[in-house]
Write a protein that binds this ligand. Structure first.
Ligand code: TMP
Length: 213
């Protein structure tokens, strides 16, 4: 099978990272070659950028933030994503360009035109074949994030934005799904981890079969 590029998106606390790990294991058990990566931080240089961008103690200018996510993505596309897709792997990425549309576009308020230009520059046109948006109410995400913090997870600079910010981000994701129904699927993430995994497997296996036939 030719390479496939699948991205995982959703507001903070939606459970997408857990779902991506579970999907990667399930696909590997079926004998498929999977590369699991993330943004920011999918490359050695990107890990250093991630630590800087998400540092809770930094005051980061919104334009600097936008360009740093783009720098991380440029490195990721050129050194990891493109080569892995060209080697016919199934590449799963925990966030990609839609996160910039949602967080820096709707969240921070940069224009759609500027966001589109920056994304085009960073990705050189590389688009996901399939994007899964894990959707959950902002109130439930906040409740989950509180439970995680109680368990010792510190959170990051964007986690600590207010509910209005996360509502704009969620609405932007839902809008992207409406505009690109062929590429983007919304997965209801309000149930248990196993229920969401079953939904995810269903969508991804159908997609893989449709590509094989
Ligand atoms: P994560 O916690 O899902 O790994 O994502 C890290 C944070 O970075 C999350 O709050 C979303 C944010 N982010 C952006 O604001 N823009 C982007 O382009 C990406 C990739 C992530």
């Amino acid at each position: 099978m030719a390479g496939l590029f699948i991205t995982f998106e959703g507001i903070d606390g939606s459970g997408k990272s857990t779902q991506m790990r579970m999907l990667a294991s399930a696909l590997r058990l079926r004998g498929l070659e999977v590369v699991a990566t993330r943004e920011p931080g999918g490359t050695p240089f990107g890990k250093r950028l991630r630590a800087a961008i998400l540092d809770l103690h930094e005051q980061v200018d919104p334009l600097a933030e936008l360009l740093l996510f783009a720098a991380d993505r440029a490195q990721h596309v050129r050194t990891l994503l493109r080569p892995a897709i060209d080697s016919n792997h199934i590449v799963l990425s925990d966030r990609y360009a839609d996160a910039t549309r949602a967080y820096q576009g709707a969240g921070r308020g940069f224009s759609k035109e500027l966001i589109a230009e920056v994304i085009e520059l960073a990705t050189a046109g590389l688009k996901p074949d399939l994007t899964l948006i894990f959707d959950l109410s902002v109130a439930e995400c906040v409740a989950r994030a509180r439970r995680r913090m109680h368990d010792g997870h510190k959170g990051d600079r964007l986690d600590s934005e207010d509910a209005a910010f996360h509502t704009r981000v969620r609405n932007a994701y839902l809008e992207i799904a409406r505009q690109e129904p062929d590429r983007v699927r919304i997965i209801d993430a309000s149930g248990s981890i196993d229920e969401t995994h079953t939904r995810t497997m269903d969508v991804v296996m159908r997609f893989i079969k449709s590509r094989e036939s």
